[in-house]
Design a protein around this ligand. Sequence first.
Ligand code: NIG
Ligand code: FE
Length: 426
Amino acid sequence: MKIEADLIVERADQLLTLAPGENAKTAEDKLGLVPDGSVAVKGESIVWAGPDREIGRHIVLSAGGKRLNARGKVVTPGFVDSHTHPVFAGSRALEFELRIKGATYQQIAQAGGGIKSTVENTRTASKEDLRDLGLRRLEEMLSLGTTTVEAKSGYGLSVADEIRMLEVLRDLDRKHPVDIVSTFLGAHEIPPEYAGRKQDYVQLVIDEMIPEVASRKLASFCDVFCEEGVFSLEESRRILEKGAELGLRPKLHADELTPLGGSELAAEVGAVSADHLLFASEKGMEMMAEKGVVATLLPGTAFFLFMGRYAPARKMIEKGLAVALATDFNPGSCMTQSLPLITTIACTQMRMTPAECILGITRHAARAIGREDTLGSLEPGKQADLLLLDIPDYRHLSYHFGINHVERVFKKGREVWKRTTCGQQV
Ligand code: NIG
Ligand code: FE
């Protein structure tokens, strides 16, 4: 019996299913590349994907169904940005300039700028303003191919302000086609009113914030900025354990600026992902590999903070870690929503191949947010989030950088974004 479809995207020069057979070994194999490939959608789901010459045997288009010719294009799953901080007010452009002139990120933070300045601006902004800013940012992400985003709180740092940020994220998720997976990051910084009383703030996070967030089901994950001068290993562990106890799965900003041992901690608490990892130790990487913790690398941040070094991506891949790539979009350490740009930085600075990068923003990113059952690949049963890219070969996504190659975006089977040229829809 043939399966009915209401959308067929047909004859892509390269269809990347990210769903290869059992024997796929290399990153290139894992792309599941089908030349002259077609994909069939019914409602919100993929019903079939494979070589165009075989589609007639499996699929029949429903009356009123739509066919879209993808000749000359590459078709991929929608991109998943698995680490962002998109709800904030104000800008840190002046800090950017200070950093260009020689100040470091940590010096700016110690002088009361950095995260604290964004907290001040975010606390005083109205909920409507935060929503409007968020909507514009999501729209930009969608235009660049991101169809699902993990988004963190962390610019509120009081019970009421953290809840408010998570409520804004919930509203944005309802209003905009990009799906949002929320993470509670109350332990992002110590707020000014708790200066010199860090233990009291940690207790507030544990005793009040986490129970409130969990009982109102406002987040799926709990994250901590585990870093020298911010939250220690022990504080991070206590916070993550409390979150896990109440159903918030752990994630961690780990070994970003100093080698503190965050990657080991991530493995010990069974984190879904450990993120940044510029200073991850050999042992930490091995422990993560053993526990199946995804290594989420954010090379845009290392680039934007002039770190002069990057996470050891090659070593991680050799050790069998699943490497995801994300933007870390935030006003201080990485002001971009572009996952394609992040892949170019990953290729040129960490020597990840274009195929490894695509895995990093699809399949591995879906795993990093616990959504591998529905997202990250084009195979029957998965959500029909897919992109038409106006490039002749997938490598051009990273190779031809600084411009947008996205032509059309489908979210849950529905076209939600389309490129225009000279005012005309393509
Ligand atoms: O992932 N590391 C901590 N949080 C962000 C920076 C946030 C900010 O500077 O506003 C990051 O780099
Ligand atoms: Fe971050």
